[in-house]
Write a protein that binds this ligand. Structure first.
Ligand code: C5P
Length: 311
């Protein structure tokens, strides 16, 4: 019997954004990356990617910040499709990305595009690799891509690409504040971290027992006080207004406020759905934030969805 996917000429997948609940950064490695110990949580802000059989390789981008995303072969989604195609005799695809995640915001939007593309191409080309079969290619594409294949809540080690699920209870309401100015590039923030830590001993990072206990407990109040990010000082140094957003959010009742990954998006943990609505309204009405994104975590990783949207 022929399956639907075997005859499909287009497949759509979606992948979530991430927030790092804990980001411990170690020393710079000889390969130019830093050793990390991080706790990722996938949150419900989604990129949607459609791959469709085409005469030539290509990519187009719609939605939030679309004009900031390259449409040449430096596009991470297109690279993901072409890299996967090296493993099989397949026809080219055109990749269409519908964006919700801010570009260069520290929420792994480009990595989500790559993860969704891998899952969609695996289905379109009927490769049968599944998430674990896609992991090695995901890791080559970027440090966050393997986590976005799997989703949930997980510890990332190595340079972030070695992902182990953790026992985590509860559901969390987040408010994200994207920066009103330009994004921060990840290498720039790591370079600022190196400058700030020059002359200090940088210990090998490991997951903190306090974070693991808070995740087992499953209460947002417990998680809020253990959020931590070793890149935060570097990100605030490069974009001081991040600190103002954090201060405002705490005064408006956030349970925790942290730079998301390498920033500049600020992630705020709220007390339930009502707390998230109150926080979002207070931040925008006071002018502390021009724009907010509300999302719940954890959510699942990249997955095929039934049919492409027509818009
Ligand atoms: O892997 P990814 O594409 O996200 O990395 C982008 C850049 O961020 C790297 O080239 C490196 O400069 C920096 N990085 C790092 N250590 C990590 C992850 C990223 O220094 N663990």
């Amino acid at each position: 019997m022929t399956s639907v996917l075997e005859t499909a000429s287009a497949v759509t997948a979606r992948a979530p954004a991430k927030v790092n609940l804990e980001l411990g950064v170690g020393a710079l490695r000889p390969d130019g990356f830093h050793s990390l110990s991080t706790v990722y949580q996938a949150v419900g802000v989604f990129e949607e990617v459609t791959v469709a059989t085409a005469d030539e390789w290509g990519v187009s981008v719609r939605g939030r910040d679309a004009e900031l995303v390259p449409t040449d072969e430096s596009n991470l989604a297109l690279r993901a499709a072409m890299r996967l195609a090296e493993r099989a005799a397949v026809e080219p695809v055109h990749v269409t990305i519908r964006k919700e995640i801010p570009v260069a915001g520290g929420m792994a939007g480009g990595s989500a595009d790559a993860a969704a593309t891998l899952v969609a191409c695996d289905a379109l080309w009927d490769l049968g690799l599944g998430r674990s079969g896609l992991d090695p290619i995901a890791a080559e594409l970027g440090s966050d891509v393997p986590f976005l294949l799997h989703g949930g809540t997980a510890v990332g080690s190595g340079r972030g690409e070695l992902v182990t699920p953790v026992l985590a209870r509860g559901s969390y309401h987040w408010v994200f504040v994207p920066t009103p100015v330009s994004g921060l590039s990840t290498p720039e923030v790591y370079a600022a971290f190196d400058e700030l830590s020059a002359g200090h001993d940088v210990p090998e990072p490991e997951p903190s027992p306090a974070m693991m206990a808070a995740l087992r407990q499953g209460e947002p109040e417990a998680l809020g006080v253990v959020l931590s990010n070793d890149l935060q000082a570097a990100a605030v140094r490069l974009q001081p207004q991040i600190g103002d957003v954090i201060d405002a959010a705490m005064s408006f009742g956030a349970l925790g406020a942290i730079v998301s990954g390498s920033g500049p998006t600020v992630a705020l943990l709220a007390a339930g759905q009502e707390g998230a609505i109150d926080l979002a309204v207070s931040l925008t009405a006071s002018g502390a934030a021009a724009d907010v994104i509300r999302a719940i975590g954890p959510v699942a990783g990249a997955h095929v969805i039934p049919a492409p949207r027509l818009t």
